[in-house]
Design a binder for this molecule. Structure first.
Ligand SMILES: [Mg+2]
Length: 284
């Protein structure tokens, strides 16, 4: 329990709170009790900027934003960023805009709207996404383009996506399939915890004097992104990671560990009713 007082004091100073969705805000689409209301109030009263950062590229960011609003988040209380936001930014460099998109129809339309040529004719790159409409025709076309010399981009490297009925193949699995069939290596990705995502978030949300934290349930995406950005991180135990996770003792540690996103927020904004942090690495 050591360090909980220190975490309270530090947490109050954050101007921007980046947060993960599945396992952090909600579990299989069901928000954790009390959390949505607390975020709405905190954003309104304290002026904190909340930014949902998801690797989900099965739909355009605006569509995903609507899902969160349906869960009860107020439209003004948060912003949303996915690897597609990074790809849509004018600042993204060193990538070809002539691509074959292994993507849903909506995501392909989003990319076209943001300056990508997505025809199937001699693309310079194949972009793998979380294409939940994938079929053999598209996979064959992607392989043919890669064999002809196109680069391989991937929105993110997550192998599997958790659902209520178990894991399903995510973008990383599709990427591995394309790599193994065509002996191609992925050139770059744009999701958590890539440098591309870290740079985008820093440029968009962090001025020189802004203090930020990232909250999430995965060490190798959420906490790793915190390290890539050079900001504090909070590992929550409401999703994938456990308090005895070997990753906590080896490699890159989070700044704090909390039972949930809500216990972290209460420690920061309502310390009288908060539970102490499970562990704090602030003094380490
Ligand atoms: Mg998660």
């Amino acid at each position: 329990m050591s360090g909980s007082r220190g975490s309270d004091t530090r947490a109050k100073a954050y101007d921007v709170i980046f947060f993960d969705l599945d396992g952090t805000l909600h579990l299989s689409g069901e928000p954790f009790p009390g959390l949505v209301d607390f975020i709405n109030e905190t954003a309104g009263v304290h002026g904190t900027t909340f930014v949902a950062v998801t690797n989900n590229t099965s739909m355009p960011p605006a569509q995903y934003q609507k899902k969160l609003i349906k869960m009860g988040l107020l439209p003004d209380a948060f912003q949303l960023c996915s690897p597609l936001s990074v790809l849509a930014a004018a600042s993204v460099e060193d990538i070809s805009r002539n691509i074959f998109a292994l993507a849903t129809q909506d995501v392909t339309a989003f990319l076209t709207e943001h300056g990508y040529e997505t025809s199937n004719k001699r693309p310079n790159a194949v972009l793998a996404t979380f294409d939940v409409e994938v079929d053999y025709t598209k996979l064959t076309a992607a392989c043919n383009h890669l064999t002809a010399g196109a680069k391989l981009y991937s929105t993110h490297v997550d192998i599997r996506c958790p659902t209520a009925s178990g894991f399903i193949p995510d973008c990383g699995a599709l990427t591995h399939l394309l790599e193994s069939v065509t002996s191609t290596k992925m050139d770059k990705d744009f999701g958590k915890p890539s440098d591309q995502m870290a740079t985008y978030l820093r440029q968009k949300y962090l001025g020189a004097d802004k203090r930020a934290v990232i909250v999430g349930d995965r060490l190798y995406t959420d906490i790793a992104l915190g390290h890539a950005m050079g900001i504090d991180s909070v590992l929550v135990l409401s999703g994938e990671a456990r308090s005895d996770d070997p990753g906590l003792e080896a490699g890159r540690r989070p700044t704090f560990v909390h039972e949930s996103f809500l216990t972290f927020l209460k420690a920061a904004y309502a310390p009288n009713e908060s539970a102490p942090s499970v562990r704090s690495y602030a003094a380490v």
